[in-house]
Ligand binder design. Structure first.
Ligand code: SF4
Length: 351
């Protein structure tokens, strides 16, 4: 549908969405929504938690696995922690998985298994911040909340030709997005803006020629669209170093640690090792002839790069060093490891 100055931006966008909505495993299509089918708040909540800092492509398989294994919030609330952490392995930002469980248990126990339907109540749930609360209230419950993710920020900056850099311009962009949010179909509208940003108003080469908002778009008129939104340059990430120790017994069992709940990779299974800093001290879990592998593991977290030296040795029979656990070779699944620990395992296996 072409934009016409006599209709609001939201109408033009909704008409476009009715034809071009992306197919998502958690989404109710606009046609089904119009026919009265409502989204399942459990699935919307799970998708939004998984999508924090992660792409749709990376999330799809995890979403299918989680919802097949735990179809309702009560099923998830009853799941053992280690099963959920294992299923989350590889998706990153592991605090999300811990909060996912905490939140499922709060909803199951305090809300009788029903997600609350207002922004304020959703905001009280573990792991649900302002963005996620607005997204669930809007998409699952059709509340006119303002949902501002990276896609929406980009569309708003261009639609209104806003040159103030992110992140300082967030409040301004949110105010603009709020002004456009309609009272009718706000859930579909929120998803429409996100879809427009993901498929048409893309970061490097916006397809303005086929955009439903090309007439009102100020950046298109000014020729500034590709350079928006402007961003304050980030500081370069520091590099930290560390040691990890892979010890296998003659019968194939592995020596592992369950990391403490708080902190990076909290609650996940991993190899014992040193602190990660500028000059870490080697800290093998037991005395042995440790062999350092010739290559290192390189991994990037949100705030730093990490280079790990990987050591290996044979674990003597009948030894379980303090605070560590032995996993029988049949119980050891490399896919349960977070990516950085999986890289250490793959390196060991390759050598
Ligand atoms: S006209 Fe171009 S810059 Fe403006 S919203 Fe559409 S795709 Fe983005």
């Amino acid at each position: 549908m072409q934009y016409n100055k006599h209709i609001p931006v939201s109408d033009a966008l909704l008409a476009w969405y009715d034809v071009h909505a992306r197919d998502m495993p958690w989404r109710v299509s606009p046609a089904d929504r119009a026919a009265g089918i409502c989204p399942d708040p459990y699935r919307i909540w799970m998708s939004e938690v998984m999508l924090q800092q992660t792409t749709v492509a990376a999330v799809r398989d995890y979403f299918h696995r989680f919802t097949a294994r735990w179809p309702t919030v009560r099923d998830l609330a009853d799941a053992p922690d280690e099963q959920v952490m294992g299923e989350w392995a590889g998706l990153g930002y592991y605090a999300r998985a811990r909060n996912l469980l905490k939140c499922a248990r709060v909803v199951a126990n305090d809300y009788d298994g029903q997600f609350p339907d207002t922004y304020d109540a959703l905001l009280t749930l573990p792991g649900v911040g302002p963005y996620t609360a607005a997204a669930i209230a809007s998409i699952a419950f059709d509340q006119p909340e303002t949902v501002l993710d990276g896609n929406v920020e980009r569309v708003m900056a261009r639609l209104f030709d806003i040159h103030d850099p992110l992140p300082a311009s967030k409040a301004q962009l949110k105010a603009r997005a709020g002004e456009l949010t309609p009272q009718l179909r706000p859930g579909d509208y929120a998803q429409a803006v996100m879809d427009l940003g993901a498929t048409i108003c893309t970061p490097k080469s916006p397809a303005c020629g086929i955009c439903p908002l090309r007439d009102p778009c100020e950046a298109r008129q000014a020729g500034t669209a590709p350079e928006l939104p402007k961003k304050t340059p980030k500081k370069p990430k520091p590099t930290r170093y560390g040691h990890v120790y892979l010890a296998q017994r003659a019968d194939g069992a592995w020596l592992l640690e369950r990391r403490p709940d708080k902190g990076l990779l909290g609650g996940m299974l991993g190899w014992p090792g040193s602190d990660w800093n500028d000059a870490p001290q080697p800290s093998p879990p037991f005395m042995a002839e440790w062999q350092a592998l010739s290559s290192e593991v390189r991994h990037t977290f949100t705030h730093f790069h990490l280079i790990l030296t990987v050591h290996s040795a044979e674990l003597p029979d009948h030894m379980t060093p303090n605070a560590l656990q032995i996993l029988d070779k049949h119980d050891f699944r490399p896919s349960d490891l977070p990516t950085v620990m999986r890289k250490a395992y793959d390196l060991w296996r390759g050598q």
